[in-house]
Design a protein around this ligand. Structure first.
Ligand code: PPE
Length: 309
């Protein structure tokens, strides 16, 4: 990872090398934390964070689901993100806010452990590779099931949940694939280790509905709105693995992955198709402020000067 100047830790800007926590931190032992992944893009109006408030709202929701009360409001966290973008001076970056039960007592019950909050920012290129964005990636159905709603609330972007993702993607990588697709305990398609998934068939889109153990992705929501705006029908429904094998196109999406085509699933060739490429281009234009739909979603780190003031 490319280091940057500062990391925001509980209200202080700390040098990258000094941003350390104690080994007795509760979140390190038990995965009791929540996080976000957000992208800031270079636009004609300056660096703009895509759907920042929505991401911070999800961070707050994630925390509530872990009985955790965040010490910072959405407004305070938004200001902290802007401050960090300003001090690190990058035109484009990935932002990683995280809050976790900190150092105090050990033992699984979180009790009165303090909540520690940090924000990192660094440049993060194509999550599944530049080549993957263009030519598509090879995915494999995981032998690991996606955690169910009564195991850990999958609506929460909780750090501990990512052991599930880590097992799936590592297994897939070791078998020579780029990414894993996880199924629910009932056998429905859920999501990738770090992305939501869409199927294109006969010009219509479908994607697993929220009850299928998925993270309610902000990119997923964006893609649904963009696709509908372009005249596509989009169904939030249940998807089974044969829908993937028989699809005209399949793609994954997420903040880090943006819109990445799948060229095969379990070695069944699908190929990269026109609908995926159209949505990918529309998404990249949206996040960089080049479409009408961008305006409500871009939050500017340095507000553009008001003309005449
Ligand atoms: N499902 C999972 C399991 C997931 O981790 C992500 C984001 C998504 C769907 C898409 O959510 P959204 O970013 O709101 O569209 N994964 C983040 C972290 C990946 C990582 O390796 O770390 C991300 O894309 O930032």
């Amino acid at each position: 990872m490319r280091e940057t100047e500062k990391i925001w830790m509980d209200g202080e800007l700390v040098d990258w090398a000094d941003a350390k926590i104690h080994v007795g931190t509760h979140g390190l032992h038990y995965g009791s934390g929540v996080f976000e992944g957000i992208r800031c893009y270079e636009t004609a109006g300056g660096p703009a964070v895509f759907r920042l408030t929505d991401h911070l709202q999800r961070l707050h929701n994630s925390a509530r689901l872990l009985y955790m009360e965040l010490p910072y409001s959405i407004d305070e966290l938004r200001d902290a993100c802007y401050e960090l973008i300003g001090v690190n001076g990058l035109p484009e970056c990935y932002l990683r806010p995280m809050a976790f039960y900190g150092y105090g007592e050990l033992g699984v019950a979180a009790g009165d452990n303090p909540i520690e909050t940090v924000i990192m920012s660094w440049p993060w290129g194509a999550y599944l590779g530049e080549e993957g964005l263009k030519a598509g990636i090879r995915a494999k159905i995981s032998t690991w099931q996606r955690i169910g709603p009564n195991v850990i609330p999958h609506v929460s972007k909780a750090t501990g949940i990512y052991l599930n993702s880590m097992l799936a993607v590592t297994e897939a990588n070791r078998a020579g694939y780029d990414e894993a697709i996880l199924l629910t305990a009932e056998g429905y398609v859920a999501d990738g280790s770090g992305e939501n998934i869409f199927v294109v068939k006969d010009g219509k889109l479908s994607t697993p509905e929220l009850s299928n153990s998925i993270l309610p992705g902000i990119t997923r929501d964006t893609v649904i709105q963009i696709a509908r705006g372009l005249g596509y029908e989009v169904a939030e429904t249940q998807v089974i693995r044969s829908d993937l094998y028989l699809a005209d196109e399949v793609f994954m999406c997420g903040t880090a992955a943006e819109v990445t085509p799948l060229r095969s699933v379990d070695d069944v060739e699908i190929g990269v198709g026109p609908v995926t490429l159209e949505l990918q281009q529309a998404y990249l234009d949206t996040v960089r402020g080049r479409r009408a739909q961008s305006s409500g979603w871009l939050e500017y780190a340095e507000r553009a000067p008001v003309p005449g003031s």
